[in-house]
Design a protein around this ligand. Structure first.
Ligand code: CMC
Length: 432
């Protein structure tokens, strides 16, 4: 719980004590006595620390902003200094030296694999990429106009029907679930894309790496090695980001001890919204709407005047430019150099400068979604697959949190501040 402790004399008169006697520590000091008290619609914690009484407000924080929901050793973000680490390793190092699968292993098992571990993990993933024909048949019934995130959510949940044995305390079960989900999510995304165009899905190719195989299944041709490498880096960049909305959703679902397929399905549903994973899709639409560098200033002025959010900017945690946006911008430049320029990149750069002029004072800078859409588009990924691609990558982070949650599980059950009525009389329908 996020508590700003402040001193207050033992004046807790007038408060109604609703709970007492739990042991806690505050800044390393043992709390001898704790009382949770309620007054004027707010909850407070009062405790005896050493010889003094301390009062702390249980204040309500909309969106749980700044409220710790768990203890985790998976990733770390310093939003003021623009630092992101996975298991203590800087994201820049992983982007430049690791691969997505190695990073997924690091996130989930907590350490970098040695050569044999990595080879075994890659082989396992490779051999589980195919989908059961019943899942493909189910997907054939999905309307082609449906959003691919909805298709992915349904398919992830459906995996639970096929692998229904639940043995959460068996490491072999946990590993099999990790492998299955990491292996099959990309296949499901690519299969839906082909099926909605009326084509049969392309079978995965065992001789291709994780990123290259996905681009192959999607575009039906083997990707250029640079394109595959850049896509692999994109996957690494999106693999994990502490307790964001979808990860929290995964953790809440995991805390009920349901199966991992339900956990991933609930996270996919949460990632779909435009304030979370859906932003990359909106960024490309926005750049198309702006249309030209000369329209950028007017667009920004108009958005800010009408209090409209500029997509791809701002972050709950980062108050500087997101380190992933910096890496993605570099990748975009590399791609455009190799495969031809994209005029929307110039619009994006101009937009970044115009937004910085107006919003840098509020700590609003490009987030991870600002440049990722441009990179994905150049890789031949359709706009409405940007968020499913994000999900392919974030499945690694969600699984890492699922595994961590199982290690020390307590079902999530927060409280609320009730603002409604009491003692209201039921009015029969004929009297309303
Ligand atoms: N454009 C214009 N103004 C903004 C923006 C933006 N994109 N983001 C925040 N602000 C302003 C906001 O109007 C508010 O101003 P004021 O204090 O004058 O009312 C101030 O900045 C603080 O905003 P907030 O809503 O309290 O910030 P938040 O931490 O709740 O929201 C956010 C974070 C990501 C939801 C928000 O910045 C946003 O809506 N951004 C656009 C959507 C987007 O790009 N989402 C991707 C997020 S990163 C990847 C991910 O999580 O999946």
């Amino acid at each position: 719980m996020f508590i700003d402790f402040y001193h207050r004399p033992a004046g807790k008169q007038g408060f109604h004590v609703i709970e007492r006697g739990r042991d806690r520590r505050v800044s390393g000091e043992v709390v001898q006595k704790v009382e949770t008290i309620y007054s004027d619609g707010y909850y407070f914690v009062a405790c005896v620390l050493g010889l003094r009484w301390i009062m702390a407000a249980y204040e309500f924080r909309a969106g749980l902003e700044g409220v710790p929901a768990t203890q985790s050793s998976i990733s770390y973000v310093d939003g003021q200094r623009g630092i992101l680490e996975y298991r203590g390793i800087a994201i820049q190092e992983l982007a430049h030296q690791s691969t997505f699968l190695e990073t997924a292993y690091l996130l989930i098992w907590g350490h970098l694999p040695n050569q044999a571990d990595l080879a075994e993990f890659q082989e396992e993933i490779q051999s589980h990429r195919r989908l059961k024909y019943r899942i493909r048949d189910m997907m054939k019934c999905f309307p082609e106009s449906g959003h691919p995130m909805d298709a992915l959510q349904a398919c992830a949940a459906a995996l639970g029907l096929f692998y229904s044995k639940r043995a959460l305390d068996d490491p072999a079960y946990v590993r099999a679930a990790v492998v299955r989900l990491l292996a099959k999510v990309p296949t499901m995304v690519a299969a839906f894309q082909l099926m909605r165009k009326g084509n049969d899905p392309v079978q995965p190719r065992d001789d291709l790496g994780y990123a290259a195989n996905f681009l192959y299944m999607l575009n039906e041709k083997e990707p250029d090695p640079l394109a595959a490498h850049i896509f692999d880096v994109c996957l690494t960049l999106h693999a994990e980001h502490t307790i964001n909305a979808s990860t929290f959703s995964a953790m809440v679902t995991a805390s009920t001890l349901t199966d991992p397929y339900g956990v991933i399905a609930s996270a996919v549903g949460t990632l779909a919204g435009p304030l979370h994973g859906g932003a990359a899709e909106e960024v490309v639409g926005m750049l198309e709407e702006v249309g030209s560098v000369k329209n950028v200033q007017t667009y920004v002025d108009r958005c800010l005047m009408s209090k409209q959010r500029i997509m791809g900017f701002g972050h709950r945690v980062y108050k500087v430019k997101d380190p992933r946006a910096m890496i993605l911008q570099g990748l975009a430049e590399k791609l455009f150099e190799q495969f031809g320029h994209d005029q929307y990149y110039d619009i994006a750069v101009a937009l970044e400068a115009a937004v910085a002029d107006r919003l840098a004072g509020k700590g609003i800078y490009p987030n991870v979604d600002f440049y990722s859409g441009l990179v994905y588009r150049k890789l031949g990924i359709p706009t409405d697959l940007f968020t499913p691609v994000f999900a392919i990558s974030r499945t690694a982070g969600w699984l890492a949190h699922w595994k961590e949650q199982l290690g020390e599980n307590r079902i999530f059950r927060p409280t609320q501040i009730y603002t409604g009525l009491h003692g209201t009389k039921y009015l029969p329908i004929d009297q309303r």
